[in-house]
Design a protein around this ligand. Structure first.
Ligand code: AMP
Length: 371
């Protein structure tokens, strides 16, 4: 019998839980570190409740064969310390450093020739007026660090609004971005193995409300081969520049067939949850295969599918499971406004029956959640 490998995860949220659920059948063991109690991953992973960079965390994760992240705002120095202790860490901590800072991220896109909207660095309130002159109105103010799910950002239309938003966001370092009137939002999940093997999932289409992902359609409707290859080209540049292993998600704005990179996540991603049932190999399994240097799995869709996030509260299982080929995933989190507490994936043989099933599910989602 081969030796049982242990995967360490920085973070114990639902992404960690789904990674562990994908890895247990492969014979993997999981340790997650998260300072919170009762974390979603704890049902499938040994949970060490400690600060990410604490002595307990470093000691626990040093036992792992490879350490990964399920949350990009973990301190990059904790990942770097593990590397210093000769623990394998994947993706490379440099991917965390770049993804944690919107300025570095935009600079990285620019350096790699990846198209983005116009942007300006905001180091103090005095930069707000020149941003308005350069980007026009409205523009989007975003904190450089710690923003997620629409937090830490505001759309502003005048200097007075910008000054107010800057103060309300804490006067921390920010960037200002041109406001893009996109046709739609897309994302691509890319995966690179330790052995250099690469694979891409077909582009998916995402709908956000109040900055939070609500639904994903897989594959994105009406995607030409050239749009897919534009997205794969951007993702390939990132994977190779960051000497990456694992799944990387790149969020994109599609404006009339031209793709603008918004941000990337150095981890499995909410817009890839459909892949558990909707793809031959899920993003979670492929992430594990990649960081362990195993052959990557097929990324082809099994059929058209949709993912609906459950925000605030979960639906009744008996309602969801009454819809054909619908699958309910709950994360074991208590109900709270604007909190991602679960998701539903639904598959269908064709786009028309998918949309009928989504309409049926949306009714339950709207009744149970905060929409
Ligand atoms: P982010 O946290 O950067 O992913 O932004 C959350 C959501 O806000 C995105 O998914 C878009 O719907 C919207 N958004 C972000 N940046 C822009 C922008 N520059 N122009 C228009 N909408 C944006």
């Amino acid at each position: 019998m081969s030796q049982q490998l242990t995967i360490g995860i920085l973070g114990g949220g639902q992404l960690g839980r789904m990674l562990a659920l994908a890895g247990v059948p492969l014979g993997l063991r999981f340790i997650c570190v998260d300072p919170a109690s009762n974390v979603p991953a704890a049902m499938a992973a040994h949970h060490v409740q400690a600060e990410y960079d604490s002595v307990e965390s470093m000691e626990a994760l040093s036992q792992a064969d490879v350490v990964t992240y399920e949350f990009e705002n973990v301190p990059a120095h904790a990942a770097a310390e593990l590397l210093r202790r000769n623990v394998a860490v994947a993706p490379d901590p440099q991917a965390l450093v770049v993804a944690q800072d919107r300025w570095l991220e935009k600079q990285c896109f620019q350096q790699l020739g990846i198209r983005t909207v116009g942007y300006v660095r905001i180091d103090s309130a005095t930069d707000l007026a020149s941003a308005l002159a350069e980007l026009g109105a409205p523009y989007v103010l975003k904190t450089r660090r710690s923003g997620y799910d629409g937090k830490g950002q505001r759309v502003v239309s005048s200097l007075a609004e910008a000054e107010l938003a800057y103060a309300e966001l804490g006067g921390v370092p920010m960037i200002a971005e041109e406001f893009i009137r996109f046709s739609r939002e897309l994302s691509i999940l890319a995966v690179q193995g330790r052995n250099g093997q690469r694979a891409f999932y077909p582009l998916v289409q995402n709908e956000h409300r109040h900055g939070i992902l609500r639904t994903t359609l897989s594959p994105a409707p009406n995607c030409s081969a050239s749009l897919q290859s534009q997205a794969e080209g951007y993702a390939t540049s990132l994977l190779s520049h960051l000497k990456y292993s694992g799944v990387l998600a790149l969020e994109l704005f599609d404006k009339d067939g031209t793709l603008y990179a918004n941000e990337f996540a150095p981890r499995v991603h909410n817009s890839g949850h459909f892949s558990i049932e909707g793809s031959v190999t899920s993003q979670f399994e492929n992430h594990l295969r990649a960081i362990l240097g195993l052959p990557l799995g097929d990324t082809a869709p099994r059929s058209v599918s949709a993912m609906l996030n459950l925000i605030g509260d979960v639906c009744k299982a008996s309602d969801v499971l009454g819809v054909p080929d619908a699958h309910l995933h709950t994360y074991g989190k208590s109900a709270r406004k604007a909190r991602k507490v679960g998701h539903i994936t639904v598959l269908a043989p064709d786009p028309a029956s998918l949309s009928t099933r989504v309409v049926a599910l949306q009714r339950w989602v709207d009744l149970a959640t905060d929409g």
